[in-house]
Design a protein around this ligand. Structure first.
Ligand code: SAH
Ligand code: SF4
Ligand code: F3S
Length: 469
């Protein structure tokens, strides 16, 4: 553990002493991707050690934290709405309000919060998350507002406490930042340069979550298959586990895990060693999220994705040849600057050819400071929406066709718990991430069950447990 984290632990202790027997509560609202969710789990870990217990209700909270995302515009409206609401609640509980995450790394956003929302006590960034105890301590003791955002690339901090939100799947961040600079994307500007955690730290964390009973782990990074690349280039990687493929193989050896997933790999870096590791490792799900973004080689070039339509399709073919049962999900952006009708048709063509199990579809959102925002040939909103609807229609048709192939098959389902819509039923996921709802008993939770899929409801299946003889 580093000196910085030791220091924060001292602040945690001091706050815990002040909070003792006061029934203090915290709440956290997380926007954005799973990396942010994982950051929030670390924030929760710190908050709980500081003597705050969790509540879902802002009205009850003495400490309210919002962990923001800025990948698309809609998050901004949501944030300002929420921060506005908190103004009235603040007095009631003497609430400390802290806003952090990616959006706070954008100077204009951090400034806007500072100017227009004086009731916000702390603004922290993605590189200063570990300093939250110190920031909170200062607010408690001086009631001064704190702005704790740095622009330089953060380091990797180990040893932060963590309070996981999910009881079945444990998220483990393996690397931070992104060096790819896709022209539409803000992430490299708000998350800094790529830096990987040491394999030993990751493996220890996996062993730890296995001890706690987790069966599935999700390895996280903006570009997981460039794991340890920057470090290797700089001659800083001391371990023999110096690539994503090797990391997968190492984690696969750990006993007690049933499933290993990862997001997101970048198609340009999907080397054969990773494909072979997926094939050889029995616990690695044969289900890969392979972000396409666009099916048009022209657009991919403008997006700085560094692969062509053909290369993407060849990669999919190669993976299908080496791992016949493999399935894919993807991310697609419609309406990026300069996208013509023909370009969009190319995207539809790839969707038809690959037959994804899941497609996360996004309408292009201009992000200040990215090259995409400065491009002149922006697409009118109505055209973007029309294309989005056409893509959605195709995707839905394909999913319902794919579903037919699953009907009446027996799948291994990792059981998560009672279904949200019907508490008397259990819910879980198949290897290809299909949601299955079925009748079962409590002891099945957090185990893998063989379930026959008997009814198709588009976004989920109803299933029946197959009893082993
Ligand atoms: N690093 C990951 C994901 C990053 S963000 C990857 O490369 O796959 C998640 C998704 O949001 C991206 O895959 C992309 O499809 C979408 N996205 C990113 N920037 C966007 C923007 N400006 N407008 C709309 N969608 C965007
Ligand atoms: Fe954004 Fe591209 Fe990096 Fe993904 S790989 S985070 S889309 S810049
Ligand atoms: Fe959003 Fe930051 Fe993730 S911008 S998508 S929360 S890395």
């Amino acid at each position: 553990m580093s000196i910085e984290i030791d220091e924060q632990k001292e602040y945690i202790k001091k706050i815990a002493e002040e909070n003792l027997n006061k029934n203090m509560k915290y709440t956290i609202l997380t926007m954005g991707c799973q990396l942010n969710e994982n950051d929030s789990e670390k924030i929760s870990g710190m908050a709980e050690q500081m003597g705050y217990s969790k509540t879902e209700k802002f009205e009850e909270a003495n400490l309210a934290i919002i962990n923001t995302c800025c990948v698309r515009e809609n998050a901004e409206e949501r944030l300002f709405g929420k921060v506005g609401e908190l103004k009235n609640l603040k007095e009631k509980n003497n609430m400390i309000i802290a806003i952090g995450g990616c959006m706070m790394q954008e100077k204009h956003m951090a400034e806007k919060i500072k100017k227009s929302y004086p009731h916000v006590d702390i603004v922290f960034g993605t590189h200063t998350l570990h300093k939250l105890p110190e920031d909170i301590f200062k607010v408690i003791n001086s009631r001064k507002r704190i702005q704790d955002v740095i622009d330089i690339d953060g380091r990797v901090y180990e040893g932060l406490p963590i309070s996981r939100a999910n009881n079945v799947q444990a998220s483990i961040t393996i690397m931070y930042g992104c060096d790819n600079f896709c022209t539409y994307c803000i992430v490299p500007y708000v998350r800094g340069r790529e830096r990987s955690r040491n394999p030993e730290d990751i493996i220890n964390e996996v062993k730890e979550v296995v001890k706690q009973g987790y069966k599935e782990i999700m390895l996280l990074g903006q570009n997981v298959n460039s794991y340890m690349r920057a470090e290797t280039k700089r001659g800083e990687c001391k371990s023999r586990i110096n690539s994503f493929a090797k990391l997968l193989r190492e984690i696969n050896k750990i006993e007690g895990i049933e499933r290993i997933r990862f997001i997101s790999p970048h198609p340009k870096d999907f080397s054969d060693d990773v494909i072979e590791a997926i094939r050889d490792c029995d616990k690695v799900c044969k289900f890969v999220h392979l972000p396409l973004q666009s099916g048009s080689t022209n657009m991919l070039k403008v997006m700085n994705r560094k692969y062509t339509k053909e290369q993407y399709l060849e990669l999919v073919e190669k993976m299908k040849n080496k791992i016949p049962e493999i399935k894919f999900s993807t991310d697609i952006i419609v309406g990026f600057a300069g996208e013509t009708e023909e370009d969009f048709e190319e995207t539809l063509d790839v969707v038809r050819k690959v037959r994804f199990e899941q497609v996360f579809m996004f309408i292009y959102s201009r992000r200040k400071g990215t090259p995409g925002d400065k491009m002149e040939n922006q697409i009118p909103e109505d055209i973007k929406h029309k294309r989005f609807d056409r893509l959605k229609e195709l995707v839905e048709t394909q999913i319902s066709e794919n579903n037919k192939e699953y009907l009446n098959t027996i799948q291994e389902v990792l059981v998560e718990g009672p279904s949200k819509s019907d508490e008397t039923m259990l819910t879980g996921r198949t290897e290809a991430n299909k949601v299955v709802v079925f009748n079962g008993t409590e002891d099945m939770i957090n185990t893998i069950q063989k379930v026959k899929l008997v009814e198709d409801h588009m976004w989920y299946f109803k299933g029946r447990v197959i009893k082993e003889l």
